[in-house]
Design a protein around this ligand. Structure first.
Ligand SMILES: *Cc1c(COP(=O)(O)O)cnc(C)c1O
Length: 368
């Protein structure tokens, strides 16, 4: 019954949403959230009107944390938290909790977001930038680097949302690895237990803006000598079950629904198959269509954010207009890398990519 209503959302269902973030969410999630916004589980109150320490909301938070743990198959040393401040706050919260002054952390610079993380870490200790692809405008993932063994951790950005590159394998190192997975969290199978800390603003691939997922190993904490303000101390959040203060209730609720949806799809392994199909379809068109061109190293191409350019720059605006007419939205490239960017997050249907590819073929023939 409810399953049918899911497709009864009061909006233009034809839109193909390639936004980079915030971005597309499953219809099922939006449908359920819209109901909960009015009346949460028959309580006569909106999800926005109940206390965060009430039984029903505590259950939402628990489920969100447990589903994250389950979908990522995290071992018992990990704690999953939903915090505020975005991935951007993690740029400083990570070194504040893990890096003592005088100590060194290694960072690999693969773009704007890595850079911001590096800048914040320098406020707390020494930063060794082990490798950078800056000189090549971040069009690849560095392959040659050595991580200093005395480093407290190595920080990587697994997917570079702006440039369209992605780490295909986890670096081989004994040093604990910290990863910003904001734009590819839960999009592919990975041994998440190889990491010491994983963070992600949830608004790209696992929920709505306002919450940040942090999965942290308890064994990493309590080692720095500095005083950490209560709200910034991971330990306090763990001890309080991610309820140290009022959490972003609606963002956590949307995240819980998105995680339920993902589990219903068959989990990370199943969504990865679909994500691979979507990316292959679009890259194949980019590689075969004479008008378009990929702009990053093939072996490092992101399956989440596909960046490309048009060979005749004078046609760029026209193509964007054409896409708009075809209900394809969000494909204008980031101002730093130009061209186009199509974000293929978990909730984007394969059909949207098919429509996009058709539009590219049609436009190209028209201009030939
Ligand atoms: C979007 C993004 C961020 C910034 O996230 P906020 O939640 O806005 O702070 C950081 N890192 C990556 C990889 C991103 O894609």
């Amino acid at each position: 019954m409810e399953q049918e209503n899911v497709y009864n959302l009061d909006r233009n269902m034809k839109v193909h949403n390639f936004n980079a973030g915030p971005s597309v969410l499953p219809n099922e999630v939006l449908y359920k959230a819209s109901k909960a916004l009015i009346d949460f589980e028959g309580s006569g109150m909106s999800i926005l009107e109940i206390g965060h320490r009430t039984e029903p909301f505590m259950a939402v938070m628990e489920e969100a944390r447990n589903l994250t743990r389950e979908l990522m198959q995290l071992d018992d040393d990990f704690e999953v938290l939903f915090l505020q401040g975005g991935a951007t706050m993690q740029f400083m919260q990570v070194p504040m909790n893990l890096l003592d002054s005088g100590e060194t952390a290694s960072y690999i610079d693969t773009g704007v977001w890595s850079n911001k993380a590096i800048k914040e870490a320098k406020l707390f200790g020494f930063v060794d930038v082990s490798a950078s692809s800056k000189e090549a405008n971040y069009n690849h993932i560095p392959k040659q680097y050595t991580i200093a063994t005395q480093s407290k951790y190595l920080h990587i950005t697994t997917n570079n949302t702006i440039y369209g590159t992605q780490w295909n394998s986890i670096p081989e190192t004994e040093v604990p690895i910290v990863a910003d997975m904001s734009s590819d969290i839960l999009s592919r199978e990975m041994d998440f237990n190889r990491f010491a800390l994983i963070y992600a603003g949830v608004q790209k691939n696992m929920g709505a803006a306002g919450a940040t997922m942090v999965a942290v190993r308890k064994s990493m904490l309590g080692k720095v000598s500095r005083q950490i303000p209560s709200i910034l101390n991971y330990k306090n959040h763990i001890e309080n079950g991610s309820m140290l203060n009022t959490p972003p209730v609606f963002a956590v609720y949307i995240t819980m629904l998105t995680l339920r949806w993902l589990k219903g799809q068959g989990g990370v392994a199943a969504i990865e198959q679909i994500n691979n199909k979507k990316a292959a379809l679009l890259y194949d068109e980019i590689d075969h269509n004479p008008l378009f061109r990929g702009n990053v190293a093939k072996e490092d191409r992101s399956k989440m954010n596909v960046t490309f350019t048009i060979d005749k720059p004078e046609l760029e605006e026209e193509f964007l207009k054409f896409c708009k007419k075809e209900d394809i939205v969000g494909i204008k490239g980031h101002r730093l890398s130009g061209g186009f960017r199509a974000s293929l997050y978990n909730a984007l249907p394969l059909e949207s990519v098919e429509v996009m590819v058709e539009a590219m073929k049609f436009f190209s023939l028209k201009k030939a």
